[in-house]
Design a binder for this molecule. Structure first.
Ligand SMILES: Nc1ncnc2c1ncn2[C@@H]1O[C@H](COP(=O)(O)OP(=O)(O)O)[C@@H](O)[C@H]1O
Ligand SMILES: [Mg+2]
Length: 273
């Protein structure tokens, strides 16, 4: 039996608790143009914040090949997506409990075979996302940076997109380029923005306004089209984020009273809004 078939049959046999009730999960891709802007930090802590609000959350490490959410969560995975893909384990075995009360499906690191989107990887990923959707309220996809076909495919599986950007010009240029690609290739007309490592309060609003203007000019060139970039959050540059990452702990657990933790909770509230 091939791997995804194994995953499918196991899941069906075990009749997951939420398989037949409630709506399917909201799928949110957390992405960016530039790397190192805080996607994984935001994903892990947002998952914890949504869990604290009673939501059932799965984080899927969609940074295939260079996955590292396990590092942030201090998990030492024995089983990953790769093992599901190759039939070494079932999907249920690879869905692990994470600190923060959510579940996580990890990807391996350093596996060059996942740096390109082959039809096989594409089909298996899609099948896995479809299988988990009925079992959770939220599926968060922590993607890699950039606009490679793997990243764009991961985003295409999500109903909602959150672009993380820092105020640096390079990050903003790359965020703009990414959103433009999402507009043209995926016909997205609504994207969320989180400005991370903000230097002063209100910087996110200013940045969002500027990006909205250039995006609207770009999309407005297409007859009858408009675009909405929605500011979903602003997290200030906060040294305790780095400390939490170094300690491999969730910000929400290690420094729950910090500004950054409060901002992530506000993001969760807005998404649940
Ligand atoms: N709000 C913040 N304030 C200070 N440092 C941050 C903040 N967000 C992220 N960082 C730092 O940036 C590093 C990279 O973040 P990470 O989430 O791994 O980025 P990405 O997933 O986008 O590559 C973190 O390890 C942390 O040290
Ligand atoms: Mg990351």
């Amino acid at each position: 039996m091939n791997s995804t078939a194994a995953a499918t049959s196991t899941t069906t046999e075990q009749q997951p608790a939420r398989a037949h009730r409630g709506p399917v999960a909201r799928t949110l891709a957390i992405t960016s143009g530039k790397g190192g802007v805080g996607k994984t930090f935001v994903t892990a802590n947002l998952a914890a914040a949504l869990s604290a609000r009673g939501q059932k959350v799965l984080v899927l490490d969609a940074d295939l090949g260079l996955a590292n959410i396990d590092v942030v969560l201090n998990l030492h995975p024995k089983l990953t997506l790769h093992d599901v893909f190759t039939g070494k384990c079932s999907l249920d075995q690879a869905i692990l409990p994470a600190p923060g009360g959510f579940s996580v499906l990890l990807a391996g690191s350093g596996m060059v075979e996942y740096s390109r989107l082959t039809p096989d990887v594409r089909d298996k990923l899609l099948q896995i996302v479809e299988l988990v959707k009925p079992r959770f309220d939220w599926v968060l996809l922590d993607t890699g940076a950039g606009i490679s076909d793997v990243v764009l495919f991961a985003i295409s599986m999500a109903t909602d997109v959150l672009v993380v950007a820092t105020p640096e010009p390079t990050s903003l240029t790359d965020a703009y380029a990414t959103i433009k690609v999402l507009c043209t290739q995926q016909e997205r007309r609504h994207v969320g923005l989180l400005v991370n490592q903000a230097n002063r309060p209100g910087e996110g609003r200013v940045i969002c306004g500027q990006l909205q203007q250039v995006l609207q000019r770009f999309v407005g060139a297409m007859p009858g089209q408009s675009f909405k970039l929605e500011l979903l959050g602003e997290v200030k540059a906060d040294p305790s984020v780095r400390q939490a990452v170094l300690k491999r702990q969730l910000m929400l657990e290690h420094f729950p009273g910090s500004d950054a933790a409060q901002s992530i909770k506000a993001l969760a509230n807005k998404l649940l809004g």
